[in-house]
Design a protein around this ligand. Structure first.
Ligand code: MG
Length: 379
């Protein structure tokens, strides 16, 4: 039962290379399956979200984070009568453009590119992956995804201006994305902020009392749990409170988006697109709590001195490898040397590094720096 303002697969603007329909799956289901079967999707397993595996195997990585986003996004999408196949596909693909080493890696890669007058943006990189880098099909490059999925990759988390990004003109930059794409950014934030509270405690960088003191909305749920189940372990009380926090955010988006839709009078996808602003959102109260949760994590976790050495090493590994391949392009893999004949070398090196997992880049760094040291010593 799709709402009037949902994306209808039969009205999709289609694929770059037309393909015959499939007997059992519609185009958005197929796109979701193409993402799941892609190499860059599998690599998410070995990309840091916030904590590296050095701490524990229980921490989220980008793959498990992605699955959590997909769960949350599907719940919201289904309750709003949206196209859940498209929602699921957009959730599963939303982090595919992330480089190794989490935010530190992204920052370092962007900094390296800026030294060459370029920049790195994970949404644009995700689009390059699905359009070009994935090689699975004989008839076309990339995954040949439908327009709505490619548009969602670009527009789910921010707006790009036509003047600054003329190459993205086909994605209707002056229009809002469908609600299926709009909800991904909020589902992402619900997933990572609640997960980071959990992993932060597991890592010993946060503690239950600190969260209760610093985050009133969490304390509200924790208090409820303690009242109801005073005899269970603090860990279970914490888990229950966290579960309530996720449910609070998710359960808020649904009615508040519905009332935004009603207030706007929107009755079709075209009208969603023509709105001056996005319609998916929290109520004023939940929005305050969303911001408070984020601020708590910034103040108490993301800049923790304990995480500093790992961040510094991530930045050093990326910066050194970037410079290494800029100075010695003939040591890049053959396919990247070929690409460098058609594209700026900095972009090619950036693409190579961005695709790497934490494991692979660490191995490359050890190998390359070992060789460099040998040469220096010999010289
Ligand atoms: Mg994410």
């Amino acid at each position: 039962m799709l709402a009037a303002y949902a994306v209808r697969v039969e009205q999709s603007r289609g694929r770059r290379y037309p393909e015959p329909p499939h007997a059992y799956r519609d185009d958005f289901q197929r796109d979701r399956d193409r993402v799941v079967h892609s190499r860059s999707f599998r690599r998410l397993e070995n990309k840091t979200q916030v904590f590296t595996r050095r701490y524990s195997d229980h921490f989220r990585n980008r793959l498990t984070h992605t699955i959590e986003v997909s769960q949350i996004a599907r719940t919201i999408g289904a309750a709003l009568g949206l196209n859940t196949h498209l929602v699921e596909c957009l959730a599963l693909v939303h982090d595919i453009g992330h480089p190794p080493f989490g935010h530190a890696g992204e920052k370092a890669l962007d900094a390296a590119m800026r030294r060459h007058g370029e920049f790195f943006d994970h949404n644009l990189h995700a689009l390059r992956i699905v359009d070009w880098f994935e090689q699975r099909y004989a008839d076309f490059p990339g995954l040949n995804l439908t327009f709505e999925v490619r548009e969602g990759i670009i527009k789910h988390s921010r707006d790009y201006s036509q003047e600054q990004f003329p190459q993205l003109a086909e994605y209707l930059l002056d229009l809002r994305p469908p609600l299926e794409a709009q909800l991904i950014d909020l589902a992402d934030e619900i997933a990572y902020s609640t997960a980071d509270l959990d992993d932060g405690c597991e890592a010993g960088l946060l503690d239950y009392d600190g969260i209760r003191r610093g985050l009133p909305i969490f304390e509200r749920f924790y208090h409820e749990v303690v009242e109801r189940r005073p005899q269970v372990s603090p860990k279970l009380q914490f888990n229950e409170a966290l579960r309530k926090l996720i449910d609070y955010f998710v359960s808020d988006i649904i009615p508040s988006t519905r009332s935004n839709v009603e207030a706007s009078g929107v009755k079709s996808l075209e009208e969603v697109r023509a709105q001056p602003r996005r319609l998916v959102g929290f109520s004023a109260e939940a929005e305050r709590n969303r911001r408070a949760t984020k601020e708590f994590l910034y103040a108490n976790l993301y800049f923790s001195p304990v995480l500093e050495p790992e961040k510094e090493s991530a930045e050093r590994v990326i910066a050194e490898l970037f410079d290494h391949w800029m100075e010695r392009p003939n040591t890049l893999p053959r396919s990247y040397q070929e690409k460098a004949k058609r594209e700026p070398l900095a972009r090619v090196v950036c693409d190579y590094i961005a695709g790497m997992t934490d494991n692979f880049i660490t191995g490359q760094h050890r190998r390359v720096m070992g060789k460099e040291r040998k040469v220096t010593t010999a010289g």
